[in-house]
Design a protein around this ligand. Structure first.
Ligand code: TMP
Length: 202
């Protein structure tokens, strides 16, 4: 049995990834796996700075803070993995490449290269990433009841983010599994759980 795994969940706002990742993590816990649930932006001071920057900052400051938050989080993730935990992380670096590439469009020549260079520090790579793919219109409808807290929750922007995510998934098809997130959450959770259990058996 494989001892640890680093599992990430990605998708646009309203894709249901947070709900499903929590469901899957609790199913794994019930089966006795040592699970560490975590999220980006983190709950640490760096994550709080990120949230403030999303509201008030400019896209470059915000991008730098996302990576700063991750540099701190990466250390923690490394420690959790080393201590034998299975890390279930709601958003990680693919979020930066999908969202900030869109947010930085027109602000610099090649946002993707800049973001890549910011990631040239040692950080754990996910063993598997679930990309919750959904039409942004459906995603936005799902979160319409929520208080709008993020300026990223706009249709045109999320369409770009979705496109970015899908091209990352195409490039990294070994690591990223694209999930049809329009299905009911119980079905999606069962599908994801089956894939994870399979990986943990290997
Ligand atoms: P959340 O809604 O999943 O809590 O994430 C907060 C927002 O931050 C969400 O709109 C996605 C965005 N985000 C980025 O733009 N880049 C990142 O690297 C991360 C982790 C999140």
């Amino acid at each position: 049995m494989k001892k640890t795994a680093f599992i990430t969940f990605e998708g646009i706002d309203g894709s249901g990834k947070s709900t499903v990742s929590a469901m899957v993590a609790s199913e794994l816990e019930k089966r006795g796996f040592p699970i560490r649930k975590t999220v980006e932006p983190t709950e640490e001071w760096t994550g709080k700075a990120v949230r403030q920057s999303i509201r008030e900052g400019n896209p470059i400051t915000t991008a730098l803070l996302f990576v700063a938050d991750r540099a701190h989080h990466a250390e923690q993730i490394k420690n959790w993995l080393e201590s034998g935990e299975i890390v279930v992380c709601d958003r990680y670096f693919d979020s930066t490449f999908a969202y900030q590439t869109a947010a930085l469009e027109g602000k610099m020549k090649n946002p993707e290269n800049w973001l890549k260079s910011l990631h040239s520090f040692e950080f754990p790579k996910p063993d598997i990433t679930f990309l919750f793919d959904i039409d942004p219109k459906v995603g936005l409808e799902r979160i319409s009841g929520r208080e709008v807290k993020e300026k990223f929750e706009k249709l045109e922007f999320l369409e770009k983010v979705r496109k970015n995510y899908l091209s990352i998934a195409k490039r990294e098809c070994k690591r990223i599994v694209v999930i049809d997130a329009s299905k009911p959450k119980e079905i999606v959770a069962a599908q994801v759980l089956e894939i994870i259990l399979d990986i943990l058996k290997k």
